[in-house]
Design a protein around this ligand. Structure first.
Ligand code: PLP
Length: 361
């Protein structure tokens, strides 16, 4: 499609063009019904079917086993920072957290509001450029759960494997790498993800929760914040984010059509390899993250001479390479390579980087 830029935004992120085209084609009249999905009753047969199909597609893609419920909620991953401890940590109990960067830090900060938190491992001393090895974690076998962030969107560190939590329920903030590779859902007690990185429009939050973890919220918990209430109402306790659920369903189908999560992983690995190889081939650019923990989704890098940052970004923008500025807290650059970023976009970025080095190095 003409006029499209390569969008390296960390979130809301790039969407697959065929999904946007389909949503556009169906905007005025979904499947000939004379109205858009946005205008449908969430209790009507048409929308219930759209939501059920979206859930079925997600279950098929991720291989979600039967005793897990899929919830389509709102409030972002940030509300899950509060809902997880509220629902899963009983009064007086403590929860374990792995601190690997700014998002896990926010999850910890929120969990501390309501009760006891133990930080079992921290990457702070290494300025969050590496993930503390699993064998050095100081885990509590009686913790209510063990929480980690599979991909730190800002720092660009990612867990290559699912960590072992023994009998303690494993909880994961998967906001920025869900659907980027196959994962074994049965290893988790609960997975949550804001949609706007790899799933679809902002406003939808996906929660995948093992059934036995429902019904643990304390008496007096607001209904909207109780996983059990949300599960019992099929995520329709109130009006769900209907349009976002519909578009997410289109994204799930698009991923399936590309060959599913194994195909996503192959593509994501290829894209990341191209960019990291370019970064490692020169002193002009630098990625601060330890090789083993580098993210396939978010690649932070700096220029040797930070005085060139503004010129780099302006030139990139002019070349149709958008939103490469690093997070405001860390500066430098960050290229996000979510599922919908084509390999051509990464090659265009690398070509631009080489040319910029040739003219400014
Ligand atoms: C973006 C992000 C969040 C915050 O998501 P919101 O939907 O804005 O609440 C939390 N965790 C991670 C890993 C993220 O990438």
């Amino acid at each position: 499609m003409s006029g499209r830029i390569y969008n390296f935004s960390a979130g809301p992120g790039v969407m697959p063009v065929p999904v946007l085209e389909r949503a556009a084609a169906e905007m005025l009249s979904w499947q000939g019904r004379g109205l858009s999905v946005m205008e449908m009753s969430h209790r009507g047969a048409e929308f219930i079917d759209i939501a059920q199909r979206a859930e079925a597609s997600l279950r098929a893609l991720m291989g979600i086993p039967d005793p897990y419920r899929v919830l389509f909620l709102q409030g972002g991953a940030t509300l899950q920072f509060a809902m997880v401890p509220l629902n899963l940590r009983a009064a007086g109990a403590s929860a374990d957290y792995v601190l690997t960067g700014q998002w896990s830090a926010k999850a910890i900060e929120e969990a501390r509001r309501g009760g006891a938190v133990r930080v079992v491992a921290s990457g702070e001393a290494a300025r969050y450029t590496a993930i503390p090895p699993r064998d050095q974690w100081d885990c509590d076998p009686s913790a209510a759960y063990l929480h980690y962030t599979s991909n730190e969107t800002i720092g660009g560190v990612q867990f290559a494997d699912v960590p072992d939590s023994g009998a303690v329920p494993l909880v994961c903030d998967m906001s920025s790498d869900i659907l980027s590779k196959p994962i074994d859902v049965s290893r988790f007690g609960l997975i949550y993800a804001g949609a706007q990185k790899n799933i679809g429009p902002a406003g939808l939050t996906v929660v995948i929760v093992r059934e036995d973890l429902l019904g643990r919220a304390p008496a007096g918990t607001a209904a909207m914040l109780d996983y059990k209430v949300q599960a019992a109402s099929g995520s329709m306790y109130n009006t769900p984010p209907t349009w976002a659920i519909y578009v997410a369903g289109l994204v799930f189908d698009w991923i399936a059509g590309q060959g599913g999560l194994a195909a996503m992983l192959r593509l994501n690995r290829e894209k990341a390899d191209v960019l990291y190889a370019a970064l490692d081939a020169t002193e002009f650019y630098r990625c601060p993250v330890s090789t083993a923990d580098r993210s396939l989704m978010n690649v932070p890098f700096t220029l040797r001479d930070a005085a060139l940052d503004a010129r780099f970004l302006a030139g990139a923008e002019a070349a149709g390479l958008a939103q490469l500025q690093g997070h405001r807290s860390v500066g430098g650059m960050r290229a996000s390579l979510y599922n919908a970023m084509p390999i051509k976009g990464v090659r265009a970025l690398v070509d631009y980087m080489r040319e910029f080095e040739r003219t400014h190095g």
